[in-house]
Design a protein around this ligand. Structure first.
Ligand SMILES: Nc1ncnc2c1ncn2[C@@H]1O[C@H](COP(=O)(O)OP(=O)(O)O)[C@@H](O)[C@H]1O
Ligand SMILES: [Mg+2]
Length: 426
């Protein structure tokens, strides 16, 4: 990566379009990371995966909410294995609903070539041609995996596993495959990636393979990790950012890297367009408007339906904002009690849970586009946003619609805002 000097010259108008181009390449709100240099944080998860790759017969699961960076992690794994003189062979396939054990492996097999002797002639075929029209069983996979040379480090990533609709058949066959690979000490590593709160939820029957698999939970990103996303890109661009502006991007993103990319991209572009190397808070504010008006048709529709009301003074919008501000556990769930503090801040007076308990329940129904989902028993219900990407959206709407008072806005200011924000969510 080409880092610029720390004190670069002033920008002039010829700099704008090349810099905008570079910004668009570095901030990637809708594509997984492919370059190790641009990948931020996740040290723990990386170490876990490296262990799985290093140990013969060990495999891995990466699971978590949508948009937290699972695919990115699985992709850069190929680039960070300290392979030495060995060679990493990394293949990744994303599953669709109709996929099965056979269709997944045949897609991997399309990329693997074998030399065969046919009538005294050496011919090269893909493994998928070799297996065309034949059944494919765990034993076949094990046999082919054994054929890799000791110089190869093969990694097979099966992404979006949660999409498959087959009542656990594929999971069962994959479990048998992993078990057999493990019993044989075969070096190939299978990494299964998908949306889920636990491996058990993602992968039926995983209990039988617990001993030969590494479980890699992907929580939302920490503020430091989100900050690193910004730093790595700005260093490359030779730009800087005001502390308040940085904090606003981070706090609004709620641990979701996509939003850091979106807001960062808009804010950096605006600064550069105005011939500034330093991103200021106003750049982020304009960025928020642009993100809200941008590519979010589906979020917008769900949100509008969720807060719609013909009754003046209905509080659906305020309550939803309070939900977005309430503190949640690792899987995104919050209690009705956690909503009270933020709700009181928004309303500017004291409130009770009884004033919004029914609203929360209604948010889980189709009438309110099931914007929230609920778990647990009555009296100990917990709620979360069905789509985590909705959270930053609701927050940004709240700010641009003026629902966050000047006093409450303190949480967007650096550096005391950290505490104020915690106040709001306690
Ligand atoms: N460690 C990271 N550093 C920088 N950006 C990241 C990181 N992880 C994810 N992203 C960005 O976040 C977005 C979502 O990442 P992705 O890997 O597609 O998530 P998931 O597979 O969990 O849905 C993408 O735009 C990606 O560029
Ligand atoms: Mg993904």
């Amino acid at each position: 990566m080409n880092y610029r000097p720390s004190n670069p010259r002033k920008l002039n108008s010829e700099d704008i379009s090349p810099l905008l181009f570079e910004i668009a390449q570095l901030f990637t709100p809708s594509t997984p990371i492919r370059l190790a240099d641009l990948f931020a944080g996740r040290r723990r998860q990386i170490n876990q995966l490296l262990e799985a790759v290093a140990e013969p017969g060990r495999h891995a699961f990466i699971y978590g909410e949508r948009g937290v960076g699972k695919t990115s992690l699985s992709q850069i794994l190929a680039l960070i294995v300290p392979a030495g003189r060995q060679h990493v062979l990394h293949a990744r396939k994303a599953c669709i609903a109709a996929d099965t054990f056979e269709t997944i492996w045949l897609r991997f097999f399309k990329e693997l070539r074998v030399h065969q002797n046919e009538n005294g002639r050496e011919v090269t075929k893909t493994l998928s041609e070799v297996y065309a029209g034949r059944d494919l069983e765990p034993d076949d996979i094990v046999r082919e995996m054994r054929n890799f040379s000791a110089n190869d480090i093969p990694i097979f990533v099966i992404d979006e596993f949660n999409e498959i609709r087959d009542d656990g058949r594929t999971a069962g066959l994959l479990a048998n495959t992993m078990k057999a690979l493990s019993d044989d000490g075969v070096a190939a590593t299978i990494v299964i990636v998908g949306v889920g709160d636990s491996v058990a939820q993602l992968f039926a029957g995983h209990a039988s393979i617990e001993r030969c698999t590494e479980e890699v939970p992907m929580p939302r990103m920490s503020n430091d990790e989100l900050s690193e996303i910004i730093d790595k890109r700005l260093a490359t661009l030779g730009l800087t950012i005001e502390p308040d502006a940085r904090w606003k991007i981070i706090i609004l993103s709620r641990g979701l890297p996509t939003y850091v990319h979106r807001l960062g991209k808009h804010a950096a572009s605006r600064a550069v367009t105005n011939l500034r190397r330093r991103i200021c808070e106003e750049d982020v504010d304009v960025g928020i408007e642009e993100v809200l008006h941008g590519s979010f048709e589906s979020l917008r529709t769900v949100y509008e339906k969720a807060i719609h009301s013909n009754q003046p003074g209905s509080l659906f919008k305020e309550i939803l904002l309070a939900c977005a501000l309430s503190s949640a556990d690792d899987t995104g769930y919050f209690t009705p009690a956690a909503v009270l503090g933020p709700f009181e801040k928004i309303r500017g007076r004291s409130m009770t849970i009884a004033q919004y308990r029914n609203h929360l329940a209604e948010f889980t129904t189709d009438k309110r586009s099931a914007i929230l989902q609920r778990m647990g028993q009555e009296r100990s219900y917990r709620y979360r946003f069905r789509d985590p990407a909705m959270l930053p959206y609701v927050l940004m709407k709240g700010i641009t619609d003026g629902m966050v008072s000047e006093d409450a806005k303190g949480f967007l200011r650096f550096p005391e805002q950290g505490r104020l924000f915690d106040d709001m969510s306690n």
